[in-house]
Write a protein that binds this ligand. Structure first.
Ligand SMILES: [Zn+2]
Length: 80
């Protein structure tokens, strides 16, 4: 706890911040299995429809970047 405070203080007075990847807004898995998946975004209501993807169910449950919410930072389907 004390160590975290020290690290944070190192960056408060500088004019640069540590580089971080922009936060990805993920669409959640609604239904799927056997290579077909259906994602929905809870923020904007984007609906992927049924997609045929080479993903395991576990990987699909992590979510898919929403193309609407990430339109400026992450292109649709990036990483998949
Ligand atoms: Zn969205």
């Amino acid at each position: 706890m004390r160590r975290k405070r020290v690290i944070r203080d190192l960056f408060t007075d500088t004019d640069w911040a540590p580089l971080r990847r922009p936060y990805r807004k993920l669409a959640r898995l609604v239904d799927g299995g056997c290579g077909t998946f259906h994602f929905e975004c809870k923020r904007c209501g984007w609906d992927s429809g049924w997609l045929e993807l080479c993903l395991s169910v576990t990987a699909a449950k992590r979510g898919m970047p929403c193309p609407e919410c990430n339109s400026t930072s992450v292109p649709a389907g990036a990483g998949y």
